[in-house]
Design a binder for this molecule. Structure first.
Ligand code: GLC
Length: 480
């Protein structure tokens, strides 16, 4: 195995920037590049959605009329922008729609056929292009069925005999549309190894509170369940070189960050004021993200809010109502806008992530990279990535001498999913911001120093891939 270049096929419903809805796309867009730097042959396969821009991404036909059961597909190919990572796209009438998912949660019944077919086509496509990976790395329920198919329909085909599967859970709450089968559960049961996107979430999902009904099934795979923190694209999210923001800055020139704040106020029509704290939030407006904790009481706080995202209508409406009532305090933009997202990271002082649950969460890491202090709920990946102010105080109180004065925190966290707790935590953040500028600066610098690069995560994935190949367990099909 030593001289063998590991071959990995990463299958998913999204890949940034070609087809992105949320964090899943960001992971699939970044992980293979980082794996390539570790000398792996990593490739990506996604559906060829109608929304994908064929010319912009220079997508070319590589295989016609490839059989998938009684049906057939065409296979297209390109590379991830700024890389040599091959991306395969499966063309079929099922994917022609303009939207990636049929609704904000990808759980519309029409998505079942679409992704079940995709899961099958991944394997059929592989053989057609003669790429035989060591590992097929499946992500979320959209691709989960492939793990079972390898043990059933494809079981006797020599081509697939040695292939192992890793199944990554990005979000346990989306299990595939209700029907006879629970694809999430099947992925968990049938994959050779399973992981999720942070160590804390890997433990949480074994409990009833976070298990989304699958805690017992997960318990069966406990020995084969891992937690690997996602990284962020530290080149794309870099305040020193970011092309989207008005003023570049670094840890050494943090005072320049303020230029981005006033620019953002101007752009959003918030009252210009360089001294007021600006609080940002960029997210999908869905149940998971807990934005309903932001109530009209928050208008009492001495700060301005800038929110960006799209999602469920009810969530969007509640926030728009706040903006309507308090136009000088809240700006709410219902859209997907990469540039504005960067402007909010760079222009905000504080960044909110009040999630009910959070498998990993990427925005809190991006915020820290831009010197915006995260105020987050202590759950899942948020707990793993934000060093909490209150823990830091405890460390400091118990330490003596120099250590006692050193602040280690990178943000503030609250424990319970509760609007008052969230409010008080944000209030504490604002107190530090207004009255302890040196401590604030320290928090910012602590955040900027964190290593959230994909290199670290990719090395963890490499370990899992190797673990898979050192196992020669016989596979027997399982259903839930
Ligand atoms: C999902 C999760 C989010 C995670 C992302 C990438 O969107 O909700 O927490 O960061 O997947 O793994």
């Amino acid at each position: 195995m030593e001289n063998h270049k590991l071959k990995i096929l990463i299958a998913a419903a999204e890949v940034t920037p070609i087809a992105k809805v949320g964090g899943l796309g960001d992971v699939i867009g970044a992980l293979p590049k980082a794996l390539k730097k570790l000398n792996l042959d990593a490739r990506v396969i996604i559906p060829f959605y109608g929304a994908i821009d064929k010319n912009k991404y220079k997508i070319e036909l590589t295989g016609k009329n490839i059989k998938v059961g009684d049906d057939s597909i065409d296979l297209w190919q390109t590379t991830l922008p700024d890389s040599a990572v091959p991306v395969y796209l499966i063309e079929h009438g099922l994917f022609n729609g303009r939207e990636i998912y049929s609704n904000a949660l990808a759980d519309d019944a029409s998505d079942i056929n679409k992704y079940l077919f995709f899961s099958n086509a991944i394997l059929a496509g592989l053989k057609a292009i003669n790429f035989r990976p060591d590992v097929v790395h499946l992500n979320d329920w959209h691709t989960a069925a492939a793990a079972g198919l390898l043990k059933t329909d494809y079981q006797n085909d020599q081509y697939f005999k040695q292939i192992k599967t890793l199944y990554t859970i990005h979000n346990l709450a989306n299990q595939g549309p209700a029907g006879q089968n629970n694809y999430m559960a099947e992925g968990i049961l049938n994959a050779d190894l399973v992981n999720t996107v942070s160590p804390a979430y890997a433990e949480e999902i074994l409990t009833k509170e976070y298990g989304a009904g699958l805690e017992k099934i997960l318990a069966k795979r406990k020995k084969r369940l891992y937690g690997i923190l996602n990284g962020i694209d530290t080149d794309f999210f870099n305040p020193e070189t970011d092309q989207f923001i008005k003023q570049n800055y670094s840890g050494k020139t943090l005072e320049k960050k303020i230029v981005n704040k006033t620019a953002l106020q101007g752009r959003l029509g918030l009252p210009p004021d360089k001294d007021i704290a600006l609080v940002g939030l960029v997210t999908r407006f869905v149940w998971q993200k807990g934005v309903e904790l932001i109530t009209k009481k928050f208008a009492k706080l001495n700060c301005q809010f800038a929110f960006l995202g799209t999602g469920e209508k009810s969530c969007e409406q509640a926030l728009l109502k706040l903006a309507h009532k308090y136009p000088a305090k809240f700006k709410v933009l219902i859209k997907f806008d990469e540039r504005l997202a960067h402007e909010i990271y760079a222009g905000s002082d504080i960044f909110l992530v009040p999630s009910r649950f959070e498998p990993c969460g990427l925005t809190q890491m991006i915020a820290m990279r831009y010197g915006s202090i995260p105020v987050v709920r202590a759950t899942g990946g948020l707990k793993d990535t934000v060093i909490s102010w209150s823990d830091s105080l405890l460390i400091n109180l118990s330490a003596s001498g120099e250590g006692a004065r050193r602040v280690k925190a990178t943000g503030l966290t609250f424990e319970n999913f509760n609007s008052d707790e969230f409010y008080k935590t944000l209030e504490t953040a604002l107190e530090i911001y207004y009255h302890q500028p040196k401590v604030w600066r320290q928090l910012q610098l602590n955040g900027l120093k964190q290593d959230f690069s994909w290199k670290k995560s990719a090395k963890e994935y490499l370990k899992l891939y190797k673990k898979l190949l050192s196992k020669t367990r016989r596979r027997t099909p399982k259903t839930n």
